[in-house]
Design a protein around this ligand. Structure first.
Ligand code: FAD
Length: 181
């Protein structure tokens, strides 16, 4: 089994994992990210059909209160635009009923979309990291506390590190990762 040393090991290459890797790298801290799937993004997924606007299948809107996300976008030079809400929407309750046009109430809160699709954030963050920082198809199985640090075992690699940061939903972590002790 391959063995790799790093200061911080991040589990998951979604928005949280990549953002943390970006900030740690900017602070000159050695970091590796492991991702169970073959690509980054997690719950952020944008479809790019040819000659059409991008379609969001995951995270879509940003609000003014999401100040950390907005400053990250600024730092990465990713533009945003204001969501335009019309006065009508198509409502399709279920497959046995037809589609209906419904009138929307007045919307006073501003929300934003990411130009080029939310996945632009993932692409931009991944591009800031040095080659080899993110490893795909690597599922974390266990974390063991040892006298000289932590040992984290994935499908085929053993990581020796000082810190492990999980970005998994807590229940998924609990159900799929063994921690010793
Ligand atoms: C349909 C939908 C719409 C949404 N709309 C909005 C919105 O409009 N605005 C908004 O702010 N938020 C929205 N969200 C929420 C937003 O997408 C999430 O909060 C955010 O993407 C979570 O990012 P994360 O990195 O914390 O987690 P995740 O994206 O879940 O990343 C965790 C990563 O860990 C990986 N992983 C899992 N197990 C392992 C393992 N054992 N080893 C290694 N890797 C592992 C996963 O494959 C995944 O890539 C939406 C979510 C969905 C699903």
């Amino acid at each position: 089994m391959k063995s790799i040393k790093t200061d911080v090991l991040i589990i998951g290459a979604g928005l949280t994992g990549l953002t943390l890797a970006y900030y740690l790298k900017n602070s000159n801290i050695a970091v590796k990210v492991i991702e169970a799937r073959h690509a980054p993004g997690g719950r952020i997924k944008t479809k790019y059909p040819a000659h059409q606007a991008p379609i969001e299948l995951g995270a879509t809107w940003l609000m003014e209160q999401q100040t950390a996300a907005l400053s990250l976008l600024k730092a990465l030079h990713i533009p945003i635009f204001e969501q335009q809400y019309g006065r009508t929407a198509i409502y399709h309750p279920n497959h046995t009923q037809g589609r209906q046009l419904v009138e929307l109430p007045e919307n006073n809160s501003v929300s934003y979309r990411v130009k080029g699709g939310t996945y632009s954030i993932i692409k931009a963050l991944a591009e800031t990291l040095s080659e080899g920082t993110i490893s795909y198809n690597q599922s974390l199985h266990s974390i063991t506390l040892q006298a000289n640090g932590l040992k984290a075992i994935t499908t085929d690699v053993t990581y020796h590190c000082n810190h492990v940061v999980s970005t998994l939903p807590p229940l998924l972590f609990l159900k799929t990762i063994t921690t010793i002790p």
